[in-house]
Write a protein that binds this ligand. Sequence first.
Ligand SMILES: NC(=O)c1ccc[n+]([C@@H]2O[C@H](COP(=O)([O-])OP(=O)(O)OC[C@H]3O[C@@H](n4cnc5c(N)ncnc54)[C@H](OP(=O)(O)O)[C@@H]3O)[C@@H](O)[C@H]2O)c1
Length: 244
Amino acid sequence: MSAFDLNGKTVLVTGASSGIGKQTAITASKQGARLVITGRNAERLEETFKSLHGEGHLQLLADLTIQADIDRMVAQLPILNGLVHSTGISDMTPASYITSETIARTFRISFDAIVLLTAGILSRKKLAKNDSSIVFISSISTTYPFIGGSMYVSAKAAIEGYARVLAKELVQRGTRVNCIAPALVRTPMMDETAVNYSQEVVDQIEKLQPLGLGDPEDVANTIVYFLSDASKWVTGGHLILGGG
Ligand SMILES: NC(=O)c1ccc[n+]([C@@H]2O[C@H](COP(=O)([O-])OP(=O)(O)OC[C@H]3O[C@@H](n4cnc5c(N)ncnc54)[C@H](OP(=O)(O)O)[C@@H]3O)[C@@H](O)[C@H]2O)c1
């Protein structure tokens, strides 16, 4: 059995109806994990569900900005060995146009929901002690910011800080906490962000990644490493997936 094997592990992936979360669920199932997948869009979540390898998986629809949905979902969860937070929305509001609604819209899903779901899972004792793993997805933009990204980058920076504290709080119970920070990855979110730029700017951004744009598989494979016993000595980490 390889150290990257996920047999016997149950993993919750949020944002599993699209992009990185969808691919992470599929790749983790190929490695033998039992998956619990969640998202808002029933049709696309079902599509992910049908693509999973193996048996015994579970899909739960939830809008994670609604506390009642978080509570209902946590109550339905089996004991988890892994938790991957892959929800998020893009935001391109220039600083002078930001209102309290802009802040709330981004932070509610990219920060509050993640923190509250984690709190619910921990307080309801749904995360196994010893050898469990939590993975957060931040962004390379906290190191290399982009114009218009003040809310997106701020929410990601907040998650990075939260993840570092959580790693310290959970290390004694045997839970590892790591954060990955990808550059541009080909997903619906990237397409949504790219429409705000001219083709010339898109080409310039691509050139900043000499190894090219990332594919969801590139991120999913890294997440599998953090979920697996191959990373059993790694916590509090922050790994940039930058394409160079
Ligand atoms: N793509 C990139 O270039 C890139 C780079 C760095 C970091 N990231 C980060 O990677 C993560 C995944 O991004 P992605 O590119 O895979 O994005 P994506 O394809 O747009 O997927 C986003 C996921 O978040 C879910 N979501 C959004 N709002 C939700 C809510 N209120 N409740 C529950 N789920 C909700 C969506 O579910 P529904 O569709 O079902 O609503 C969807 O499954 C995000 O945190 C993103 O910031 C992405």
